[in-house]
Design a protein around this ligand. Structure first.
Ligand SMILES: C[S@@+](CC[C@H](N)C(=O)[O-])C[C@H]1O[C@@H](n2cnc3c(N)ncnc32)[C@H](O)[C@@H]1O
Length: 272
């Protein structure tokens, strides 16, 4: 298993953490050096070369960083702290190595993250899942851009979506989504690959994109184009007090609703 250590001044902590989330990491450990103003950010990225190549683009020239080998056991200590995450009273995301709660009438989604982001416990994932949950109806067509573990795509399929397209630039995410769709019995509904957004065709009833602001802005034209005339677009990965610029990039789409959790927001938009 490989990982990164990034050395950042305290003042750059949020910026650097955002850049790492953008790479699709699952968890970031902060190690502070009391003798100076530097923080080390440690994170594991699995064994995929493309994650290292993308880190080079995202981090190079901004902060010193290095690739490290992490013992699989050390990289996996977070697993013992992972718990089921309730999306609402009817739906729970369960780490694949935990027992699902045996409650009648509850949908349990089993997720093995592999090298991808999205166990349902990050505020942006939870907000995206709740927004998607409000809109999925039988037979609808869903697009999940930046699918990570596929948790949103799999949930939509389990709730009765007719088709779900999931895409991600990270090969670890494509692999994890395929595996999780299979694990939850919806492999026949979820189509997953690494097609760039500008090569995707058609229009969807629900488009979900939980990706950080700079990428959402880059993808804004495609996200609009891919959202059906009566469909909705859910963006997350944005800060609750700083996302006007992302909404601006999506104009003339209009904001229908904004939900916030722990400093993050999910915004649901529609065509005027
Ligand atoms: C914050 S994670 C979200 C994962 C999952 N959808 C969730 O909500 O937990 C963002 C994901 O977007 C992917 N990503 C980043 N830029 C992308 C792009 N331009 N197109 C597609 N996926 C992208 C990353 O690889 C990462 O898996």
């Amino acid at each position: 298993m490989r990982g990164f250590v990034v050395n950042v001044p305290t003042s750059d902590l949020d910026l650097a953490s955002d850049a790492l989330w953008q790479l699709g990491v699952r968890a970031i450990e902060e190690r502070r050096d009391e003798s100076n103003d530097l923080i080390e950010l440690w994170t594991a990225v699995g064994d995929h070369d493309d994650a290292v190549a993308r880190a080079d683009i995202a981090l190079a020239g901004r902060w010193p960083w290095q690739v490290i080998d992490i013992m699989d056991a050390a990289a996996d200590t977070w697993r013992e702290f992972a718990r089921p995450m309730w999306v609402d009273d009817t739906l729970v995301v369960v780490p694949a190595w935990r027992e699902p709660p045996g409650t009648d009438g509850v949908i349990a989604i089993s997720i093995e993250p592999g090298g991808a982001f999205g166990l349902g416990d990050h505020p942006t994932t939870l907000l995206s899942l709740r927004a998607a949950l409000r809109h999925v109806v039988d037979g609808c067509h869903v697009l999940d851009v930046g699918c990570g573990t596929g948790v949103i795509a799999v949930m939509a399929a389990m709730l009765g979506a007719g088709s779900v397209r999931a895409v991600d630039v990270a090969s670890a995410a494509v692999e994890a989504t395929r595996d999780n769709a299979d694990r939850n019995g919806v492999a026949g509904v979820v189509e997953v690959d690494s097609t760039p957004a500008d090569d995707i065709e058609g229009r969807y009833d629900i488009v979900v994109a939980n990706i950080l602001a700079p990428t959402l802005i880059e993808l804004a034209d495609d996200l609009q184009r891919l959202t059906g005339a009566d469909g909705c677009l859910v963006i997350s990965g944005v800060l609750d007090d700083r996302h006007d610029h992302v909404v601006g990039a999506l104009a003339p789409m209009v904001v229908e609703r904004t939900d916030t959790l722990d400093g993050w927001a999910a915004v649901t938009l529609r065509h005027p």
